[in-house]
Unconditional design. Sequence first.
Length: 311
Amino acid sequence: MKKLLVTLAFLAATPAMAQDKMTVLLDWFINPDHGPIIIAEENGYFAEQGLEVEIVAPADPSAPPRLVAAGQADLAVSYQPQLHFQIHEGLPLKRVGTLVATPLNCLLVLKDGPIKSLSDLKGKKIGFSVAGVEEAVLKAMLEGNGVMLDDIEMINVNFSLSPSLMSGQVDAVIGAFRNFELNQMDIEGVPGRCFYIEEEGVPPYDELIYVANPDRMDADKVARFLAATEKATQYIVNNPEKSWEIFAATSTELQDELNARAWVDTLPRFALRPAGFDAGRYSRFEKFLKDSGMIPSINPVDEITIDVTAE
């Protein structure tokens, strides 16, 4: 017994093992899209993996991938379509994990408005936020319905997508997230309708991914981060209501009807295997961008994504 007491006293006096620190830059302010990251933090899954994770919401949503490329953070939450462009621009980035494994982007119109089919968009105005990717997406969707890009007027509405549609400034918007804008418009009494891009000629892709600088990253830390978010995703799927309570309790700004609805709609889209990837999905989207004239050449998959868990 005396020996046991001495051992316990020694353990009590021994400082806890230092956690490996990581900085993760989000793509936007914290919202239900980031559920697995927040639940991993709140449920102690990062700590279980020996990680102390600093989660940072950006002042400029376009900055995180460039900051990671410059070595100023370990990971950034970004978008698969944008990653293809960024690599062609010469940024040293690779996809190392997936957060949301389906497109969220959609072409949004008024539910009771004049646009009943994509062919009705001929001669109309379409609002957008991010040039490049959305032009390629629109081109595929419209041309499959007999409308050319020259037949529509594209208007940069910045991030005011649903307001520009509800106010009549534009007839449709591209880049709206089906889990947010649809709910927002319904709550405001102006319901919308989505044309789902993956049903209209655009290859399916991972909407939200984790990107890292392959020359600077610590693959072991990234693998542990992904293991923690995988456990968090399993917890969310198994405990949807409890996980929402944990998530919403982190900020009063999350405790409203829009975020509650978005949580339910986002939950089935979280990547169940965040470290895993479908090489064909990345290859097909790279070819799609090349065929659309958006990129000059085709990069092999191993220049776009990496499996950090591979031995």
